[in-house]
Design a protein around this ligand. Structure first.
Ligand code: PLP
Length: 341
């Protein structure tokens, strides 16, 4: 079929091959969004009656998809938290077909042991999938660590300019060929225009993400020194509980930093006073963005549950951009000063 929904375009193939190369995988498919990549991949390896073994801390869209659409067709969900990741094998039953992880997590940046989990999946004949959006291929390559399918929301770091929506799934030729007919049937295939923007974006991926990670690491240490900040969450800090694991599997620690303000600081006023750092929900673009998970990504989670997870009303998630570090620090200091007057 010579039709773009059948992945016939040269630029669809070019983008898929580039991301596959960045992830050291064999093949890939470019999808219309990260959610199209996630839903199509999961539906390709799960049937009614099967069990999905999945991390409990997930991107909101994935959480919603598995709880609604997957559950409705009769897929059973079996959750594990990252604090019990060394006991995941005990949760596998004869019905388990897929093991799904996402690392670092949103917003506290907890780290899954990719190699260990991939090897458990292999031992038990499961297909393993990792959402690598938060790390980007610059920081981490789960396929190299044994994961079968690596998924990205290209709308974040791969796109990098907060102006396109796309997704990618990469893996072995065999696994990608199993997904392809479903991708064509469900129809979440990327169009030519978004493809050319994606291709343009990937040319600067390494430059952008390296600078973003440098900014994030510096900002994490800087935030730790501020009396208005109670706690900083960043895998690059040695105080972070996932630091050793992150050091073993990540090249950089990512460009997202989360932190908790002291309760005498109004988080909304602080975000509004930042000006250089824009209050917005997305992440991964060249401009620094800040958001309150309690009001955005986790607003459907009850306050008690949120607090159990470690997310308070004072927790903020910062996606570091490529701005000058001195400017970012200055604007944070100025914002804190302006709202404490
Ligand atoms: C944004 C995001 C998605 C969904 O991607 P879309 O392109 O918005 O569909 C999936 N996983 C993670 C971790 C994300 O941040």
């Amino acid at each position: 079929m010579q039709y773009p929904r059948a992945f016939t375009l040269t630029n669809q193939q070019a983008v898929a091959q580039k991301v596959a190369a960045l992830e050291k995988a064999e093949a890939g498919l470019v999808m219309a969004s990260g959610m199209a990549a996630i839903s199509t991949s999961l539906l390709s390896f799960l049937s009614p009656g099967d069990e999905l073994l999945i991390q409990s801390d997930l991107y909101g869209g994935t959480h919603s998809f598995i709880h609604h659409q997957l559950k409705e067709i009769g897929v059973k969900l079996n959750f594990f938290s990252l604090s019990e990741q060394d006991r995941v094998a005990e949760k596998i039953t004869s019905k388990t077909k897929v093991l799904y992880i996402e690392t670092p997590t949103n917003p506290l940046l907890e780290i899954a042991d990719i190699k260990a989990l991939a090897s458990i999946a292999k031992e038990h004949g499961l297909i393993s999938m990792a959402d690598n959006t938060f790390a980007s291929p610059v920081c981490q390559n789960p396929y190299e660590l044994g994961i079968d399918l690596v998924i990205h929301s290209g709308s974040k770091y791969l796109g990098g300019h907060s102006d396109i929506l796309f997704g990618v799934v990469v893996g072995s030729k065999t696994h990608i060929e199993q997904i392809r007919p479903n991708a064509m049937a469900y129809g979440g295939v990327l169009d030519a225009n978004a493809c050319s923007l994606a291709e343009r974006s990937i040319k600067t991926l390494e430059l952008r993400v390296t600078k973003q990670c440098e900014n994030a690491l510096e900002l994490a240490s800087f935030l730790q020194t501020l009396p208005q900040v109670k706690r900083v969450y960043y895998p690059g800090l040695k105080e972070h509980k996932g630091h050793a694991l992150a050091s073993s599997q990540m090249k950089h620690y990512g460009a997202v930093v989360s932190f908790e303000l002291q309760s005498f600081i109004d988080p909304t006023a602080f975000q509004q006073a930042l000006s250089l750092i824009i209050p917005a929900v997305s992440l991964g673009g060249i401009e620094s963005l800040i958001t309150s998970p309690a009001l955005t990504s986790h607003h459907k989670v009850s306050k008690e549950e949120r607090e159990q997870m470690g997310i308070s009303d004072y927790t903020l998630r910062l996606s570091a951009g490529i701005e000058g570090l001195a400017d970012l620090k200055l604007y944070i200091e100025e914002a804190l000063k302006s709202i404490s007057n």
